[in-house]
Write a protein that binds this ligand. Structure first.
Ligand SMILES: [Zn+2]
Length: 72
């Protein structure tokens, strides 16, 4: 099995050590903690707010795309 030819993987920040891990990663390969569990550094660093804004942006893009597909 190979991952050749794959598009850029979906990377997210580990919520414990703030390093990049693959989206959906449960145990962070860097710090061996739960990457999805929101840590103090993550929250105190304002990352939680950034993540929320990114999620809203994505939802808005999705909605706009859907609207343009509906046409006329
Ligand atoms: Zn980590």
């Amino acid at each position: 099995m190979t991952i050749e030819g794959k598009v850029a993987p979906d990377l997210v920040l580990c919520r414990q050590c703030l390093r990049y891990v693959f989206g959906g990663t449960a145990i962070c390969p860097h710090c061996s903690c739960d990457a999805r569990q929101i840590g103090d550094r993550y929250r105190d660093g304002g990352y939680l707010a950034i993540e929320t804004m990114q999620r809203i942006d994505r939802l808005r893009d999705d909605a706009a795309q859907r609207r343009s597909h509906e046409g006329t």
